[in-house]
Design a protein around this ligand. Structure first.
Ligand SMILES: [Zn+2]
Length: 436
């Protein structure tokens, strides 16, 4: 407020309680953080801290089309508003999601996919505002980091002669612990300057072109079983990785030898000087084999033998993201073989990427129908149980029921804490909170 003195008492807000020190109804909330609530009296400045119940929020991934529709629902001026508003499902979904977010029962993290797809779409600022309102600024780490973690666990387990054990605890792959009580505000950052829309379009186009080529020239031509395609993709991953790493190494050598004194190198040449993702993965495996976790150092011979045996057993084929992505590719291959003429679109490539990295970390995902039907094309004995957590518009009533079941499972302790932290108004429309 311009011209007015800053009054620290303005940081205190309701719900108001009777102050244990002076007795006035001026004992309000000054801070919410982690699992703690701090109250202070506006009048006598008496302060007190309270423990809040531990949260275990459900992690729900919403596909970009959901973000886009929820954005249109809230923006009358935007084309497509009328269509979305005409379907009561979107209003109901919107209200349930935000109710559960305010009740601290779910978190809908955003991801690189949201950021990328919004950056190349019209209405980027509105889309960003929508996915950030849903995520509270909590973001899934880059898919590359999920890949490296899974391969690192496979390498470590191999060196330690034990079975790999993957940790799918969501806070490991999120920018912040989702199980904290939310402040009334969240902090977000501006557009990521390192993401260029042109570059994103290029990567997307390449990925899609590759799938379309396989679809026409390989999958559509050979009669093979689902298992055949699945094993081919799964076991082929390591070969792709090693080939890419070798190619990047050769390109770097070429670029370096082409440098001339006094000549400005092109941006493309400079880009090739940095180790690529496949090269970093290979280096990571080598370093894990060299340095045991308990300390010390293995001999170069021991290290070389561990790397050799790890690769010859094709251990990367056991990475959860490789398995999921191969199941989805195999489902497309079988469709090509059964005569589907249209190769999958670019959106399918993005969906496969998103599903194979994020599914194990989510309690539920809401994707498009095409994506869900690919999962259903996976034969029962190979279909991972977590595919049951994937919803789409074809089963939208089930998704709403799932969300309601979360809300109705709220505990009495949780209801009481919400009343203390945010006030009773927060509990409107929560059936199990009435009359308590
Ligand atoms: Zn007081």
């Amino acid at each position: 407020m311009l011209g007015n003195e800053f009054d620290p008492r303005d940081l205190i807000s309701g719900p108001w309680r009777a102050c244990p020190a002076c007795g006035k109804d001026k004992f309000g909330v000054i801070n919410i953080g982690g699992s703690r609530l701090t109250r202070r009296c506006r009048d006598c400045w008496h302060g007190q801290e309270y423990r809040l119940p531990e949260l275990r929020k459900k992690i729900i991934y919403l596909d970009q089309f959901v973000v886009s529709n929820l954005m249109k629902l809230e923006n009358r001026a935007i084309k497509g508003h009328a269509n979305v508003a005409a379907d009561p499902f979107w209003r109901e979904l919107h209200d349930l999601l935000f109710q559960l977010i305010h009740l601290q029962m779910i978190c809908c993290p955003d991801s690189g996919s949201h950021e990328e797809e919004s950056r190349i779409a019209p209405f980027n600022p509105e889309l960003k505002k929508t996915y950030e309102a849903l995520s509270g600024g909590i973001t899934f780490k880059a898919f590359d980091s999920i890949k490296s973690n899974q391969i690192a666990e496979l390498a470590t387990a191999w060196a330690e002669e034990r079975e790999p054990s993957f940790d799918f605890e969501s806070k490991k792959v999120l920018s912040r612990n989702p199980n904290e009580w939310n402040e009334r505000f969240y902090v977000v950052v501006g557009d990521n300057p390192f993401i260029s829309p042109a570059e994103l379009r290029r990567v997307r186009t390449e990925l899609h072109a590759n799938i379309a080529r396989l679809f026409r020239d390989v999958w559509g031509k050979e009669k093979q079983s689902f298992e055949y395609w699945y094993e081919l993709e799964r076991k082929g991953f390591q070969g792709h990785l090693l080939n890419a790493a070798a190619t990047h190494k050769r390109e770097r050598a070429k670029v370096i030898s082409a440098f001339k004194p006094g000549e400005e190198p092109s941006l493309e040449a400079l880009d090739k000087l940095l180790p690529s993702f496949p090269e970093r993965i290979i280096e990571g495996i080598e370093s894990i084999m060299r340095f045991p976790r308990g300390g010390g150092l293995r001999s170069p011979e021991e290290q070389a033998e561990l790397v050799r045996s790890f690769l010859s057993k094709n251990r990367t084929a056991e990475a959860p993201f490789v398995k999921l992505q191969s199941l989805l590719f195999a489902a497309i291959a079988v469709r090509a073989e059964r005569g589907q003429k249209e190769p999958p679109n670019q959106g399918t490539a993005t969906d496969i990427d998103t599903l194979s990295h994020l599914l194990p970390f989510c309690d539920a995902m809401f994707m498009d129908n095409g994506c869900r039907s690919l999962l259903q094309n996976i034969p029962g004995k190979l279909r991972p149980p977590e595919t049951a957590k994937v919803y789409s518009p074809n089963v939208k009533a089930e998704f709403l029921n799932y969300l309601r079941s979360i809300r109705d499972g709220i505990s009495a302790e949780h209801v009481q804490a919400i009343r203390e932290v945010y006030g009773a108004a927060h509990l409107g429309g929560v059936p199990s909170a009435q009359g308590q």
